[in-house]
Design a protein around this ligand. Structure first.
Ligand code: HEC
Length: 236
């Protein structure tokens, strides 16, 4: 079993921009955090992105929410609690508007790593040269607008030019949002926590499959041994 854990692919930081990624406290047992993350995700992300490997009722079950609670509080983008979490916006329209279709986010936390997601969500800044008016230090020239700017406010990125290369130095808040820095960071921690959970059930299935394979091999070994004894019995 340890061997199986050892060969599991781990998330690569792969920021590639040289921007420092901030650590984030991921805790999949913190149900309050996961529920808050789910609320933000359903309200602010599902309009463009899908999480189409997840069903609402599965998520509700994992997060300790009854079907009724899911129905009342989280079901804006679908009709039934058994539905998959699909984006509201048709993919082709999104591609037309943003130039690139917003990717499915079910397993994005595994592809990018939680630190990357957490830092990305806090690193949007005003940029008049970008079509959306926003840019991001972690994902330069990203096509996604800053959808949570009302919470975080507008920030400006300060770059320092070293040997002709612009290096990100710090953010400066230009216009405060409805949340203070700590409150916004906490909300993004919850959202990141939820996105790690989203990628998790698939991993659990793999663990289970691994165990089944090992059990099968163990049982098979016993039968192979008994069979061998049976065959060789009369030869000795
Ligand atoms: C208005 C549409 C829209 C909304 C709403 C939106 N996004 Fe995006 N998002 C995009 C687009 C378009 C991209 C693709 C960016 C690119 O490739 O340049 C993207 C990219 C991303 C990426 C990077 C994916 C990668 O390739 O690594 C992450 C992570 C992400 N979004 C998370 C979120 C989260 C979390 C929310 C909710 C707070 C959200 N998005 C809301 C449009 C949106």
């Amino acid at each position: 079993m340890l061997f199986l854990l050892a060969v599991m692919p781990t998330a690569a930081p792969a920021s590639g921009t040289g921007v420092k990624l901030d650590p984030v406290d991921i805790d999949l047992h913190d149900k309050t955090s996961l529920q808050n993350g789910a609320r933000i995700f359903v309200n602010y992300c599902l309009s463009c992105h899908s999480a189409s490997y997840m069903r609402y009722n599965r998520m509700g079950h994992d997060l300790g929410l009854s079907d009724e609670l899911v129905q009342e509080n989280l079901l804006f983008a679908a009709d039934k609690v058994g539905d998959l979490m699909k984006a509201v916006m048709p993919r082709d329209d999104a591609k037309k508007w943003f130039g690139v279709a917003p990717p499915d986010l079910t397993v994005i936390s595994r592809a990018r790593g939680p630190e990357w997601i957490y830092t990305y969500l806090r690193s949007f800044y005003r940029d008049d040269k970008s079509p959306s008016g926003w840019n991001n230090t972690v994902f330069p020239n990203v096509a996604m607008p800053h959808v949570l700017y009302e919470w975080q406010g507008h920030q400006r990125a300060v770059f320092k030019t070293e040997h002709g290369v612009a290096k990100f130095e710090k953010f400066e808040l230009q216009r405060p949002g409805t949340m203070g820095e700590k409150q916004y960071n906490d909300a993004m921690r919850d959202l990141t926590n939820f996105m790690v959970y989203l990628g998790e059930p698939a991993r659990l299935v793999r663990y289970r499959l691994g165990i089944l394979v090992l059990i099968f091999l163990a049982v098979f070994l016993v039968f192979a041994y008994l069979l061998k004894r049976e065959y060789w019995k009369d030869i000795h």
